[in-house]
Design a protein around this ligand. Structure first.
Ligand SMILES: CC(C)(COP(=O)(O)OP(=O)(O)OC[C@H]1O[C@@H](n2cnc3c(N)ncnc32)[C@H](O)[C@@H]1OP(=O)(O)O)[C@@H](O)C(=O)NCCC(=O)NCCS
Length: 223
């Protein structure tokens, strides 16, 4: 960790953590779009539209143009979905970080700093699923600024959450991450988290075979 230091969130960190969180999510929008483009359902739909446009116009150029226009609209829409997710989070839990994470029971928010600059973050909170409350804490909002990645910061932040949960008698740490967040999946799997469920966040996501993966870490020696 060397020059890095993990401490509890303070109000002066507000803008920095919101920016790191936003960038960390929005950088996955292109991968999300590529996933949709590679989906067989997308290929079938585009082929059908191309066929109908050609049947109506008898012009290959027109049919190709319709497909190209749809691709452009779809790309913008897909990016919009990621932006809407960020906007919602910034307005909800990330809108009042102190209230959501520091004043609530068994919750916390940490930042990692380098020479007083905030370069990463993570939170622990009671899971929304009532069946998991009292058993598990949820790890949320993990993000490390790009220039500081690959130095073990997310591992240190994850260990911080595990220790926090253990000290409060919880048996598990749970979390969810999307299928295109590959670095996060490697971090969690490398630390012993097990993938326990894959679920689509919406009907459209299900059609496009887009999943959120849910992970569980069993705390050794928990009470
Ligand atoms: C996921 C993320 C937090 C990882 O942060 P990090 O500080 O770079 O990760 P670490 O340096 O602690 O790496 C931990 C392990 O994962 C591996 N890893 C991290 N990023 C990786 C990548 N892009 N590709 C492959 N392996 C990767 C590291 O090699 C390391 O394994 P090792 O100890 O065996 O070498 C960071 O990439 C990030 O902020 N991403 C955007 C936001 C995000 O997706 N957050 C997750 C929300 S659930």
């Amino acid at each position: 960790m060397g020059e890095y230091h993990i401490r509890t969130y303070e109000d002066r960190d507000y803008e920095a953590v919101r920016a790191i969180f936003s960038h960390g999510i929005l950088e996955h929008a292109p991968a999300g779009c590529w996933h949709v483009l590679r989906c067989p359902q997308t290929h079938l739909l585009l082929l059908a539209i191309f066929y109908v446009a050609y049947a109506v116009s008898a012009s290959l150029l027109f049919a190709g143009g319709v497909v190209a226009a749809l691709l452009a609209v779809g790309w913008v829409r897909m990016k919009g979905i990621w932006a809407e997710y960020v906007e919602a989070a910034l307005a909800e839990d990330m809108g009042d970080i102190r209230k959501t994470y520091l004043e609530a029971k068994d919750s916390c928010f940490w930042v990692v700093t380098s020479r007083e600059e905030v370069v990463g973050m993570v939170a622990a909170v009671q899971p929304e699923d009532p069946s998991q409350q009292d058993v598990a804490l949820e790890l949320k909002r993990m993000s490390v600024a790009k220039p500081h990645r690959g130095r073990g910061l997310s591992k240190a932040l994850t260990r911080t959450v595990i220790r926090f949960a253990q000290e409060r008698g919880y048996k598990e740490v749970v979390l969810g991450t999307s299928m295109v967040q590959l670095a996060a999946q490697r971090v969690y799997e490398g630390m012993g988290f097990r993938k326990v469920r894959a679920k689509s966040p919406s009907f459209l996501a299900k059609l496009l075979q887009f999943y959120v993966y849910y992970y569980r870490y069993e705390i050794a020696g928990s009470r």
